[in-house]
Ligand binder design. Structure first.
Ligand SMILES: NC(=O)c1ccc[n+]([C@@H]2O[C@H](COP(=O)([O-])OP(=O)(O)OC[C@H]3O[C@@H](n4cnc5c(N)ncnc54)[C@H](O)[C@@H]3O)[C@@H](O)[C@H]2O)c1
Length: 387
């Protein structure tokens, strides 16, 4: 079987999730390509070596530019903070590498467009990791919608809530600095929700939004601080330059209305990625914290038997599940990444495109940036105003 060499850039939270996926995808899915975990690239030499040893990456480096120039590397997997995505994608496209990139795509719409155009011009495969599209219950929801089971869709009601920075002493990690992250939960979490809403409902036409920062100064981070990890902190303070919460309402092109809530201040909510969809023939609800289940209401059931039913999305006939366990033997968060890698390698072998990709990242970013404009001007903004 043909081998493809992968280089991963970024070795922490997403580095770990992606390494697991590159390892498990060819074991559970029958694929025409075998990924070789060739090079791991991180900022700190010792930590990167430990990471590589644990996950089976053959070599390590701290210089991402040199990795991209290597002729033996086929795929660049980007797991770095958001501000680096653009430069890495542009370099990867220039060197003809296939691109597997974390979300949110970039710091703004202009960057996202440049990345999309560069990848298209280079003719490489590009994928943006909005992993939730590959949660079996969500892929199944898409199938139900495409079969017309919900009829005309009236509402999207989404919330993506976390609580990992409610403590004002949580340090000023890269997530809380606009120059590194672009925005707070509005990008981090709403990018996932907007991507899912575009996937399940359709394109967004206009938005109104309010973004809010509750804690405006935080201690500078120690070396061990990171995503969901306070680690140590200095006594010196720095300014928070992103939102802590973002609420947005939207009109879709097809006439549906949507609401989106994103927060890192929702005490008690850990990774509460939740949505409801209401249509003329039925409704759906999903909660990532019960990710194997989908709630479905069918208005074609006899009136006195109607109500939300819980579908346990673990049958071999449900999306992706045939590759895993018998019915009821539930799967988890990491499986979404494995599904993404399996689909990516299949698309690469067949020469087909894959979604979501840098085009979706650009469209998601246009909606998110329109919301920022709405929050600063206090008016409804059409997404096409963002150019
Ligand atoms: N798909 C998801 O659900 C999901 C979840 C969390 C994070 N993310 C996204 O993944 C990306 C990474 O987030 P994370 O939580 O893994 O961050 P992290 O802070 O845990 O890890 C970042 C990694 O990037 C490396 N890095 C930073 N600058 C570098 C450089 N110049 N050269 C080489 N390596 C460098 C760091 O050494 C570290 O290994 C972000 O864009 C984030 O939004 C996605």
């Amino acid at each position: 079987m043909k081998k493809v060499n992968v280089a991963i850039i970024g070795t922490k939270f997403m580095g770990k999730a992606h390494s697991n996926a590159w390892t498990s995808a060819p074991k559970f899915f029958s694929l025409g390509l075998t990924p070789v975990l060739k090079v791991a690239c991180g900022q700190d030499k010792k930590g990167t070596k430990e990471f590589a040893k644990n996950w089976g990456w053959e070599e390590t480096t701290t210089n991402w530019k040199k990795v991209i120039e290597r002729s033996d590397i086929d795929i660049i997997d980007i797991c770095t903070p958001t501000y680096l995505h653009k430069d890495i994608v542009l370099a990867a496209a220039k060197n003809g590498k296939q691109i597997f990139c974390e979300k949110p795509v970039a710091l703004n719409f202009a960057e996202a467009r440049e990345m999309y155009e560069a990848a298209e011009k280079a003719g490489v495969l590009h994928y943006l990791n909005h992993n939730y599209r590959r949660t079996p219950a969500i892929t199944f929801a898409k199938q139900l919608i495409e079969q017309g089971k919900l009829g005309t869709i009236f509402h999207w009601r989404g919330a993506y809530l976390q609580d990992w920075i409610t403590d004002p002493n949580f340090p000023l990690t890269w997530h809380l600095q606009k120059k590194y992250s672009g925005a707070g939960p509005h990008y981090d979490l709403n990018s996932h929700s907007v991507d899912l809403a575009r996937y399940l409902i359709g394109e967004v036409e206009a938005v109104s939004a309010i973004l809010k920062t509750f804690v405006t100064e935080r201690p500078l981070p120690g070396k061990d601080a990171g995503t969901f990890k306070s680690g140590s902190a200095a006594s010196e303070m720095g300014e928070v330059t992103v939102d802590d919460a973002a609420f947005m309402v939207a009109e879709f092109e097809n006439g549906a209305l949507g609401s989106f809530e994103a927060s890192r201040f929702a005490s008690g909510r850990k990774n509460y990625n939740y949505f409801e969809i209401y249509g003329s023939k039925g409704s759906l609800t999903f909660n990532l914290e019960r990710m194997n289940e989908l709630e479905f209401l069918n208005l074609e059931d006899p009136a006195d038997e109607q109500g939300f039913r819980t579908i346990l999305v673990t049958n071999s006939t449900h999306p992706y599940i045939g590759a895993w366990w018998p019915p009821g033997h539930i799967i988890g968060y990491e499986h979404e990444f494995t599904h993404a890698v399996a689909d990516f390698l299949t698309a690469l072998q067949k020469g087909t495109a894959l979604t979501p990709n840098l085009y979706d990242g650009m469209k998601d970013m246009q909606v998110l940036e329109a919301a920022i404009l709405s929050s600063t001007t206090g008016r409804k903004v059409s997404v096409t105003e963002v150019k």
